[in-house]
Design a binder for this molecule. Structure first.
Ligand SMILES: [Zn+2]
Length: 330
């Protein structure tokens, strides 16, 4: 944790509250370069491992918190890093837990190759950290993931083995354990739990995804949720996003009108502008939480293909369906 704080990546920072960094290859590549510049290679790897660990724990806790909620809230169930496990992993002869898998999209290795070139040892530290945290949170035991083969050093796949921390030290070399010197999983558990926001904190009659902060822009891969609370801010966000090359990855955008009366002409005009901008990116727009007062105004908007959904979970579910359908077309 000290490494992260020293770098200014405290758990409260935007960087750690926005999962977009995992989805965004260019961002991750720049982060890798920055960390390598600031720290020696091993320090950079440790920092990445810890960032991953935080996210992994957080996602595991979010999933657990969502087990008892409506199916429509299951949007955030998927992991940020794509994981694939080999079947029948566990049960080594010694009775210790062991599991093998791959990161099928080789996402971190590609980012590294893009900016830093090939490496001599497996280098997907963030993916290893994420998977360690995710398994540790899900299985409720401390798990360490060690990458065995890596496309960044010429292998055909990024593959890993997951071990129980309690038993791994006896079986692996010091070099292989380099990412976790004196690492306290408990500290990460505690921070991630707070960070994951337990269900009771957000359980309200207007059921929304557990991790949802309605005042923030959320991006889950091809889906973006844009709160329309403050006109100026929404416009600025859209303008800013328009200048980001990665916006083209966004296939559908949910605009949440919660708390916005839309009773002034000005607001309707701003909304129209935002819709036009967003449609120019080729993304589908879904409006949600439209109040009865605002309905006629929305009906008058001169925008094609406007989808309406009653509430945010439904809107997000539709957004993912659209994004998925578009992915198959492309
Ligand atoms: Zn790798």
């Amino acid at each position: 944790m000290a490494i992260l704080s020293a770098l200014g990546f405290g758990p409260e920072t935007l960087l750690l509250s926005e999962p977009k960094m995992f989805m965004n290859g260019r961002f991750l590549a720049s982060l890798l370069v920055e960390l390598e510049d600031e720290l020696e290679s091993i320090g950079a790897q440790r920092a990445l491992f810890q960032i991953g660990l935080l996210f992994g724990f957080r996602d595991a806790y979010r999933m657990t918190a969502m087990e008892n909620t409506e199916p429509s809230q299951s949007v955030a169930r998927s992991t940020l890093v794509a994981l694939q496990f080999r079947r029948g992993g566990s049960a080594a002869a010694s009775g210790t837990f062991q599991m093998q898998g791959t990161w099928p999209d080789k996402y971190e290795a590609s980012a590294r190759l893009l900016k830093l070139g090939p490496d001599t040892t497996p280098s997907c530290a963030m993916s290893a950290g994420y998977t360690s945290g995710w398994l540790s949170g899900t299985l409720d035991t401390d798990v360490l993931v060690i990458e065995e083969t890596c496309t960044a050093c010429g292998d055909t796949a990024c593959s890993f083995t997951a071990h129980e921390v309690a038993t791994v030290a006896a079986r692996r070399s010091e070099a292989e354990l380099r990412l976790v010197p004196e690492l306290s999983y408990d500290a990460f558990r505690e921070i991630s739990r707070r960070f994951a926001q337990p269900l009771k904190a957000t359980a309200s009659p207007t059921a929304q995804p557990v991790d949802f902060d309605p005042s923030m822009v959320h991006v889950w891969g091809p889906v973006m949720v844009l709160p329309f609370m403050n006109i100026e801010e929404s416009m600025n966000t859209v303008k800013m996003l328009g200048h980001t090359p990665d916006t083209c990855d966004v296939r559908s955008i949910v605009i949440d009108l919660q708390g916005e009366g839309l009773d002034e002409d000005f607001t309707a005009v701003s909304l129209e502008k935002i819709l036009e901008t967003v449609e120019a990116w080729g993304a589908e727009v879904i409006l949600t939480n439209v109040s009865p007062l605002a309905e006629p105004i929305v009906a008058d908007l001169e925008v094609k293909h406007l989808l309406l959904r009653k509430n945010l979970p439904e809107a997000i579910a539709t957004a993912f369906q659209i994004a998925e359908a578009q992915r198959h077309i492309l």
